[in-house]
Design a protein around this ligand. Structure first.
Ligand code: HEC
Length: 156
């Protein structure tokens, strides 16, 4: 009996994991993705501090790059239909409606971030400051900017 109940609990948990972000209210989805973007922002901030002020270590850069590697391909899943700036009942946010008009391009921008993050982690693992700085120089503009420029509205 106990086992059966426990089994049912596990099955319910598995279903909860499988349910995509769409099951949340649009505004919860937006808040969750903004929090995730802030994780990317924190990793990016650590990289900038290393490049500009020589703060932190190559090991820190491996960590920052791995954060981006881990999140990059998830990004499209944070943007279910109905969560754009302009969708009914949705709080003001910075997701342009173009995301859903050009979702393939949006997904490609996430893949591009993953490629940049891969290259950055490889550079960071070398421990060579010049290589890390060179990889960082394309990571921001191509990896993040490659999506923000077309798909993120300016801050209001
Ligand atoms: C595939 C597209 C895409 C990629 C790649 C991407 N972003 Fe974003 N980002 C967005 C969109 C769209 C928003 C606006 C989301 C919203 O307002 O709901 C955003 C918002 C943000 C925000 C603002 C959060 C806030 O306070 O409102 C930060 C910070 C951010 N991104 C950092 C980054 C960093 C750093 C990278 C690269 C490591 C990155 N993003 C890569 C699409 C992307």
């Amino acid at each position: 009996m106990r086992k059966g109940v426990f089994g049912a609990v596990i099955a319910a948990a598995a279903i909860a994991i499988a349910v995509p972000a769409v099951a949340q209210s649009p505004n919860d989805t937006i808040a969750a993705r903004v929090a995730k973007m802030k994780e990317l922002g924190a990793a990016s901030g650590a990289i900038t501090a290393y490049v500009r002020e020589n703060k932190g270590t190559p090991a820190d850069m491996v960590k920052a790059g791995e954060t981006m590697q881990g999140l990059a391909l998830q990004i499209p899943t944070w943007f279910p239909k109905g969560t754009g700036d302009g969708d009914p009942g949705v709080t003001k946010n910075r997701a342009k409606m173009d995301i859903w008009a050009k979702f393939d391009d949006f997904s490609k921008a996430a893949t591009a971030l993953r490629a940049e993050a891969d290259a950055f982690v490889a550079a960071a693992r070398s421990g060579d400051r010049e290589k890390i700085t060179a990889a960082a120089a394309t990571l921001g503009p191509k990896g993040c900017g490659g999506c923000h420029t077309p798909f993120r509205a300016p801050q209001s």
